[in-house]
Design a protein around this ligand. Structure first.
Ligand code: GRG
Length: 330
């Protein structure tokens, strides 16, 4: 996890995440060489481990002093990261992705069939861990995987849809992104033995943070450079996924011009023109406002919790989020 990780204000986090790495590596083992290699591929390639970090920080809100996370909390974090990993394998097949976490995507290296089955294997490993953590955790993960699929299908249904509304967009990102961040906090609360109102507050934090997280990601897609992103800038527009800043730009003064460019089929030159139209539209400021208001909602959800190093870490994560979107704007 990068040193700049805002959750690191929780002093025990780094050691806990070190243990998560070992447990994650254990959980993707297989006697079958190809499966073992394919399953460890993305876990070894890095990733920020935001979801295990949230599970650990959420559980830590139950303690006034920082201390090592309980084994059940760490396993809860591993289970959530496995669902995240499984979804990335499947997502890369759907998007015909070439790279993920700066390494070749599994579909690129082993083909679609192995990538799908490896994603299934990771979801299965998560279910096995969840069964050991109890029925509440097992049900929560099942419900969350269903929400991920729901969100992803909503997004697919709206491909190339110029009539997509902000509400359609929010429903899609709630499922595809916010649900798993909410789940991470929820699992931290359950495995940390916290009471129901605290778990509800943590889950709301995770959901609101997840909404802001995806909006920020979608802003970065249009404001950052291809080098900063590690994929073509404006990739979402190229794929017909019209995100919040683009939807707002389409309804602005130069919206008709933007729509015509997209409808005519984007070339590298017209893609740059489309990006300029989005960047100079009110879409960026509007989407930043929306991200900020979800981040504020996330912070607000923490206000009912007593002071603790865990709550301070989650608060720091929410504060840091909107800064990420502002950075490329200069
Ligand atoms: C098979 C569980 C399952 C679901 C099927 C494919 C799918 C439906 C859902 C996935 C949707 C998806 C890829 C959403 C984006 C999630 C997201 C914000 C990814 C990036 O997360 P980071 O930034 O990535 O935490 P790292 O690499 O740091 O972990």
């Amino acid at each position: 996890m990068p040193a700049s990780n805002p959750l690191s204000v929780l002093p025990t986090l780094e050691a806990d995440l070190g243990r998560v790495e070992e447990l994650l590596a254990d959980s993707v083992r297989s006697d079958l060489d190809m499966l073992a290699e394919a399953a460890a591929h993305l876990a070894k390639a890095g990733g920020k481990r935001v979801r295990p970090g949230f599970a650990i920080a959420a559980a830590a809100t139950g303690h006034t002093e920082a201390g090592p996370a309980d084994p059940g909390v760490l396993m809860g974090g591993v289970a959530v990261e496995l669902v995240h990993l499984g979804s990335l394998y499947h997502d890369d097949v759907m998007d015909e992705a070439t790279t993920r976490r700066s390494v070749p995507a599994a579909n690129q290296r082993w083909g679609n069939v192995v990538a799908i089955l490896t994603g299934d294997f990771l979801l299965a490993q998560s279910s096995i861990i969840a069964a050991d953590l109890g029925t509440d955790v097992a049900r929560l993960l099942g419900v969350t995987i269903a929400e991920l699929a729901d969100g992803q299908i909503r997004e697919l249904q709206d491909t190339d849809n110029f009539d997509r509304t902000a509400e359609d967009y929010y429903a899609a990102i709630s499922g595809k992104t916010a649900s798993l961040l909410a789940c991470a906090c929820n699992i931290g609360g359950i495995t940390g033995g916290l009471d129901q109102p605290t778990i509800a507050a943590l889950t709301e934090f995770g959901h609101s943070y997840g909404m802001a997280f995806q909006i920020v990601d979608d802003i970065l897609d249009v404001v950052a450079t291809s080098e900063q992103l590690g994929k073509p800038a404006g990739n979402d527009i190229l794929e017909g996924n019209f995100t919040l800043p683009v939807l707002r730009a389409l309804r602005g003064d130069n919206g008709d011009q933007l729509r015509t460019l997209i409808e005519d089929g984007l070339t590298p030159e017209t893609r740059d023109q489309a990006l300029v139209l989005v960047r100079t539209s009110p879409g960026i400021a509007d989407a930043l406002d929306a991200a900020r208001s979800w981040a504020d909602k996330a912070s607000g959800a923490l206000s009912s919790l007593p002071d603790s190093p865990g709550a301070t870490a989650l608060q720091a994560a929410a504060t840091h989020l909107v800064e990420r979107a502002r950075a490329p704007l200069g």
